[in-house]
Design a binder for this molecule. Structure first.
Ligand code: FE
Ligand code: FE
Ligand code: ZN
Length: 274
């Protein structure tokens, strides 16, 4: 099984792999550029090649890169929207240095333009970025449905997938987000996965973000908590790591932790496996 967490990309890819190894992780996530800005770091192909070698040597699962939070593909201003689409395209190109992994991002917020217009913009940007066929699978993250955020309902994810029409787009399920979004993975995990299968298709589910939630069911808030310290609770995570549909997916912690906290949670998840 593949467990990991968000790591800082500041010191390069090899440093991330070594940090992951030091905390018992065999996958990880990282921001392709400053999470709140849009500046990308310089590319270093030697460092990337070394990282690729280490990942293979230590049998890592697929990595789950994360697009910048500021990248809103369906923002209202046409210039900002075009810029976001270019950022996405450049991010996918950059993933060529670590081929065969995942790139996950938040679909976007339609900021009053309406769901359909928003989905149309997201799909256009994805089509533009995917036309190069870079060696990466793009993942849409399930969201909590805060404000005009798109992706809080499985139906919205389905609409994006349909509009893009590419097999190279999958889904990353965030446990905090879906629970905040009104999918009861605490009381009925199997029912939620059945609904995911009916609307999206479980073949599209590629990775998980494993977070507890500071808020109650269907709050549409999106505040992550450490495992067992929120409304999801440890038994939910035990069910997730042992679920036949989920257990082989990369599971990424985005809990409010520094490295020692992540190390503990990774050990906890491993220990929960039966
Ligand atoms: Fe995210
Ligand atoms: Fe997430
Ligand atoms: Zn979140």
């Amino acid at each position: 099984m593949y467990f990991g967490c968000h790591l800082s990309a500041g010191k390069g890819s090899t440093a991330m792999v070594n940090t992951a190894l030091s905390i018992g992780a065999n996958t990880f996530a990282f921001f392709t550029r400053n999470p709140r800005g849009s500046k990308a770091k310089q590319e270093d192909s030697q460092d990337a090649a070394k990282a690729v070698h280490l990942l293979e040597e230590h049998n890592f699962g697929k990595l789950v890169a994360h697009g910048a939070y500021t990248m809103n593909l369906c923002t209202a201003d046409p210039e900002a929207r075009a810029f976001a689409a270019d950022v996405l395209e450049d991010d996918l190109r950059r993933m060529t240095a670590l081929p065969g992994n995942f790139y996950n991002f938040h679909p976007g917020s339609h900021v009053g333009q309406g769901l359909e217009a928003g989905i149309d913009y997201i799909a256009q940007a994805l089509k533009q970025a995917l036309r190069h066929s870079y060696p990466v699978t793009v993942l849409l993250e399930t969201m909590a449905g805060k404000g005009s955020e798109i992706g809080g309902r499985f139906e919205e994810i389905r609409m994006i997938l349909d509009a893009v029409g590419s097999e190279h787009v999958g889904v990353c399920l965030d446990t905090c987000h879906v629970y905040d979004g009104g999918y009861d993975i605490v009381g009925d995990l199997d029912g939620v996965l059945a609904e995911f299968d009916r609307v999206i298709g479980l073949n599209r589910l590629k990775a998980l973000h494993v977070n507890d939630s500071k808020n109650p069911f269907a709050s549409h808030k999106d505040r992550h908590a450490c495992l067992g310290e929120g409304s999801l609770g440890l038994e939910t995570f035990r069910a997730i790591v042992n679920h036949p549909v989920l257990r082989d997916k990369p599971m990424i912690l985005e809990t409010p932790n520094e490295l020692p906290g992540y190390q503990k949670e990774i050990a906890l998840l491993r220990q929960m496996q039966s």
